[in-house]
Each structure stands twice: as structure tokens, then as C-alpha cells.
Design a protein around this ligand. Structure first.
Ligand SMILES: Nc1ncnc2c1ncn2[C@@H]1O[C@H](COP(=O)(O)OP(=O)(O)OP(=O)(O)O)[C@@H](O)[C@H]1O
Ligand SMILES: Nc1ncnc2c1ncn2[C@@H]1O[C@H](COP(=O)(O)OP(=O)(O)OP(=O)(O)O)[C@@H](O)[C@H]1O
Ligand SMILES: [Mg+2]
Ligand SMILES: [Mg+2]
Lengths: 226, 226
């Protein structure tokens, strides 16, 4: 499903170069449940943004279901981002003046889906926020904002979910409920899921852990105790 | 040092009331190292904002070193917030168009401190960001932004540090380095430290854990293994 070949993302800062990621080669099969771990600043979000079509690599190739992403036009990319990929951002990226319900409804407006309001409401229920639908982000706790971002990523029934540290602001119990939800989506609907986490307990729920350090893949770990 | 008596914070949403916290009575002695734990949405940030003078309770009393906070004028409050309290926000609250160095320097400008640039640089070194001082927030990873927020909270040598989930976006190793730093500030300089965390491993480094649920203190736990 996802093939990365020698991916590099290099930022030019004045006369210095920051190699956010470099030399990343990676294959992800349809239906995999993978976690990505590594130190702060090691390139995890950068890699996720490239996979999620939110950023372009400086060099290297990215094939999504056999199509060379660099050759796709902007409309096709926008369509894939909206309908096929659900992205949970590390800093949520919610619209500030907009209620939780409207934030979650937004992808459904873009995809022209029927029954938007009902679907958005159900997604919020799934993450335990049925009683917070009319709150704006600044009227929500940090973990509640995080869950709105999760609900929004799920609402268009994507076949790939990319979640950048989806439980960082959640207590252990709520965090496990979210991971349980991801596991069920993966098992029952075959959704391919990659998430970045710092929590090894949570990584143990996945079937493969990719360890990243200094912008490169250090090693791949099969999780055996399934 | 800190005395809260029957603190309530209630938000009016249309004709509904949201009781973010209610009935919180709490004493914090000078030099304590305390963690606050509880489910997402249970009132931890609300409580921290009241203690940090960033928000006023709907009812109840707050005595800071014997002074009734409700009776202090705005200048005194601003002075205490700037010089005596270092606050690490759950969502960092960094200035977007400003480098890490300038973000950390800001409290020093307000307090009219000499050698600002050097002190800001040292604070960033302490959190491992010596090579990221000229990056703006959107040129930093999530965990790097979190560490800039931590550096900024320390730079004015506060005697109280309030940290709202300071390790939520940090890998285990970097998170423990930060907690180690807090422990040292507490032991060596007697700084009173309260932090919110979801990580019980991190809470075990403190000497008292306050458990919060549904806006109220459920119980106080002494940590014995010191
Ligand atoms: N726009 C940019 N310009 C310069 N450097 C950048 C930019 N964006 C990211 N970086 C750098 O690239 C590196 C990787 O960043 P990235 O956000 O991928 O890290 P991460 O692994 O997600 O970290 P964390 O766990 O802290 O979220 C970091 O060292 C960061 O400072
Ligand atoms: N301005 C507001 N208006 C209405 N309700 C609010 C407002 N701010 C916070 N709340 C509600 O108050 C409750 C407590 O919020 P708070 O941010 O203190 O939770 P928290 O314990 O910090 O949670 P988390 O661990 O998710 O950060 C939440 O249920 C939240 O929805
Ligand atoms: Mg990141
Ligand atoms: Mg909070």
C-alpha cells in the first residue's frame, strides 16, 4: 500500500542544513497496525506528514497503492487526503471559533457526504464526547481537544489512519480506550493504521514497531504477543 | 504557601452549567513536589490556572503566602505571575513568529533582568535545545516546542513552578530528563513544584499525588519510596 524509497526531508536554515529525515525506506502492507517510536526531534512527525501527503520530500520516492505520489495533480492529492487518509495531528489543528461538532463535520462537507450531522455526532460519541459537542476548542480540556481531532480523522471512513501521538494528553484509561478503538477499526474494517507514540505499553498493542533516531529508521520490531 | 478553600469554577453554557472544578480545598507547603493526576476533563488544567493566577474561581478562596488573591490589584498579580510563578502550559502558548530564544527571553524583558540573552540561552541548553535556538515554533518538533515552554517557565528563577503535562509529547528518556531537572530544582533550590501528569511512573518521582475526578479531589497519596 505504502512504499517509501530513500526519503529525505532537509530544511535550509540560513547556511545550515537540518536533516529532519534522510534515507528512509519503508513498506507498509494494507491492513497493518504499526507504531512509530523515537526520541523527541527524531523525525516522526516529518515522516507522517510525508506519508499523509501534507508535505513533500526533498528527495526519494513515495508510491501510494502503486501510484507515484510526485506525479499526482493537486485535485487527486486533495481527494486522497480528504477521503482516504484520516490524520490526527500532534497539535490537533482544530478551528478555534468552531464547535467540536462543526470541526468534526468539516471533512464530510468537503466530501459531500449525506447525514453529516449524524455522522459527526456518532464520531464524537465514539471518543466519549457526546456531552461536549457544542464546546469550542478553548472550552475543552487538552485531552478533549485531542479526541475531537481523533473523531475528525475517523469521520470520513478513511482506509488509512495516521495518528501523531494520539494519546499524549490522555490519562491511561482514556488512552487505552482510544487504542482499543484503533485496534477494532483495524481488525473489523481492515483499516491500515500508523501511529506515533512515546508509550511502549501502547506500542505493544500494534504488530510492528518502527524505531526512528536522528531522521533514520534504526530498526523494525515484530510484536509477538498477539 | 498555597491555600485553596472550597474552590469552584463553573462555566455557563447557554442554560447548562459545566462544573469544571467544585469543592476543592487544598494546602501546599513551601518546597513541596506534587503531582496531580486524573482523567481527561476532570479539572486539572482549570485548577492549575487558578493556582497560577491565570483564572479566577467562581467561588471559594485562594490565599497565596497569606495574601487573599481576590484582593490583590492587577499590577501585583502581574508581578507575581511574571517573577514568582513559572507556568508550563498544556498547549505551550509560544509566540508563533518568534524564535525559541526570543520566546524564552520574553519573561526576562518584562522583569527587566540583565544578561537576558545569556540566561535564555542557558535555559534552552538545560532542556537540550542548544542547537534549536533560532527555530520558530513551526520549525520545531512537538516535543521541542514543549521544551521551549519549559525553558521559558524556568528562566525568571520562579519560586513556584506549575507544569501542565510537561512530558506529554516527550519520549520516555527525554521526559525523565525533564522530571530529573524538576527534582533537582526542588531539592537544590527549594522551588515548590506542582505538575499535572498522566504518567504514573513520573508521578512516582514526586512526594505527593493528588487524584482528581469530576472536578473534585478524590484522594491525596503520599509517595513513600523516596
Ligand atoms: N520547518 C522546519 N525547519 C527546520 N527544522 C525543522 C522544521 N520542521 C522540523 N524541523 C526539525 O526536524 C526535526 C524532526 O522534527 P519532527 O517534528 O519530525 O520530530 P518528531 O520526531 O516528531 O519529534 P517529537 O517527538 O518531539 O514530536 C527536529 O529536530 C526539528 O527541529
Ligand atoms: N471555557 C469553558 N467553557 C465550558 N467548559 C469548559 C471550559 N473550559 C473547560 N471546560 C470543561 O471543564 C472540564 C475541565 O477542564 P480541564 O481543562 O480542567 O480538564 P483537564 O483535567 O485538564 O483535562 P485533560 O487531562 O484532558 O487536559 C472539561 O470537561 C471541559 O470541557
Ligand atoms: Mg512530532
Ligand atoms: Mg488539561
Amino acid at each position: 500500500l505504502i512504499e517509501l524509497r530513500d526519503i529525505c526531508k532537509i530544511y535550509q536554515m540560513g547556511d545550515m542544513q537540518v536533516r529532519a529525515v534522510c534515507g528512509v525506506t519503508l513498506d507498509v502492507e494494507k491492513g497493518e497496525l504499526i507504531s512509530i517510536m523515537g526520541p523527541s526531534g527524531s523525525g516522526k512527525s516529518t515522516l507522517m506528514n510525508i506519508i499523509g501527503l501534507l508535505d513533500q520530500p526533498t528527495s526519494g520516492e513515495y508510491w501510494l497503492e502503486g501510484a507515484d505520489v510526485a506525479k499526482l495533480d493537486e485535485n487527486t492529492l486533495a481527494e486522497i487526503r480528504n477521503r482516504r487518509i484520516g490524520f490526527v495531528f500532534q497539535s490537533y489543528n482544530l478551528l478555534a471559533r468552531t464547535t467540536a461538532l462543526d470541526n468534526v463535520e468539516l471533512p464530510l462537507i468537503y466530501s459531500g457526504t449525506k447525514n453529516r450531522r449524524r455522522k459527526a455526532r456518532e464520531a464524537l460519541e465514539t471518543v466519549g464526547l457526546a456531552d461536549r459537542v457544542d464546546h469550542r476548542p478553548n472550552e475543552l480540556s487538552g485531552g478533549q481537544q485531542q479526541r475531537v481531532a481523533i473523531a475528525r480523522a475517523l469521520v470520513n471512513d478513511p482506509d488509512i489512519i495516521l495518528a501523531d501521538e494520539p494519546t499524549g494528553n490522555l490519562d491511561t484509561k482514556t488512552g487505552l480506550e482510544i487504542i482499543d478503538l484503533f485496534q477494532r477499526l483495524n481488525k473489523e474494517r481492515g483499516i491500515t493504521i500508523l501511529f506515533v507514540t512515546h508509550d511502549s505499553e501502547i506500542a505493544d498493542f500494534t504488530r510492528r514497531i518502527i524505531h526512528i533516531r536522528d531522521g533514520a529508521i534504526e530498526h523494525n520490531e515484530r510484536v509477538e504477543n498477539q
